[in-house]
Design a protein around this ligand. Structure first.
Ligand SMILES: [Zn+2]
Length: 267
């Protein structure tokens, strides 16, 4: 009896700690998000002296790999991105992705939300999703004759997602990079995947961020929406990206907002 009471207390404490962690993580980026809301992403990005670092693949190497396939997860900023390293793509689309990207490695990571979605879609046990996603990446590494690297929870830091943004990236170079001054974000590589697959990935990102492992509706409100930001090299490409994003259907209403910017960098 006493032991039960004890463990209940401990569980509550852990739960409270988790919520406090989210609260703190949300507050950490509030100043940035307020600024973006006030002046817009374009003007905000224009004034970041270290913005280039988010687009520098050399800074975002995983071991010695400069072009590693990573998850869209903001906690895996190590190269080029696709949800679960491509686990949600069809076999043919994944082969196309690999051909376009020409990566030098493929990664998997602990606590992959895309891995969970993959298990759900294929009737596999969700509690084993980490191992299943890891096995899948290993198999793909063998198939495409590349090294495989697993990213551990320790390397990733936070146990939950603190992304406030999802980057719809036509440059194929952006990585989550707090030093750059950009808010933490998922990365959807529109540079390397077709529109439909990218729209699917945005929906997956929204389900993750609005679920238990993200900030959820408690934090992401009409006042403080989750932002989907198109990123492109020039005005024309940016307009195309924004047009594509206008097709996104989701169920989070005005808790999701849209913005866009061009990095003032050379391609
Ligand atoms: Zn993942």
């Amino acid at each position: 009896m006493e032991r039960n009471a004890m463990s209940q207390e401990q569980t509550m404490t852990l739960h409270e700690k988790h919520d406090a962690g989210k609260k703190e993580a949300f507050a950490e980026q509030q100043r940035i998000m307020d600024k973006i809301k006030t002046i817009g992403f374009a003007r905000y990005a224009e004034n970041l002296p270290r913005l280039a670092e988010a687009f520098d693949l050399k800074k975002h190497q995983l071991d010695d790999f400069e072009n590693c396939v990573c998850c869209m997860d903001e906690r895996t900023p190590y190269g080029v991105h696709s949800a679960g390293s491509g686990i949600l793509l069809s076999e043919a689309d994944f082969a196309t992705y690999m051909k376009v990207v020409q990566p030098d490695a493929i990664s998997s990571h602990d606590g992959c939300g895309a891995g969970k979605l993959y298990c759900r879609a294929h009737g596999l046990p969700e509690e084993n999703s980490d191992q299943i996603a890891r096995d899948w990446a290993e198999q793909m590494a063998v198939k495409f004759d590349l090294p495989h690297r697993h990213i551990t929870a320790e390397e990733m830091g936070r146990k939950f997602h603190d992304a406030r943004v999802c980057y719809w990236d036509a440059t194929g170079r952006i990585n989550n990079d707090p030093d750059s001054g950009l808010p933490e974000g998922f990365v959807i590589s529109r540079a390397y995947m077709n529109k439909e697959n990218c729209l699917n990935e945005v929906r997956a990102a929204l389900d993750i961020i609005f679920g238990d492992h993200g900030f959820g509706k408690e934090f992401l409100t009409v006042e403080n929406p989750f932002v989907i930001a198109a990123v492109a090299w020039d005005e024309q490409q940016l307009a195309e990206m924004q047009q594509e994003l206008a097709e996104l259907k989701h169920s989070y209403g005005d808790r999701v907002s849209f913005d866009a910017f061009i990095p003032p960098l050379t391609e």
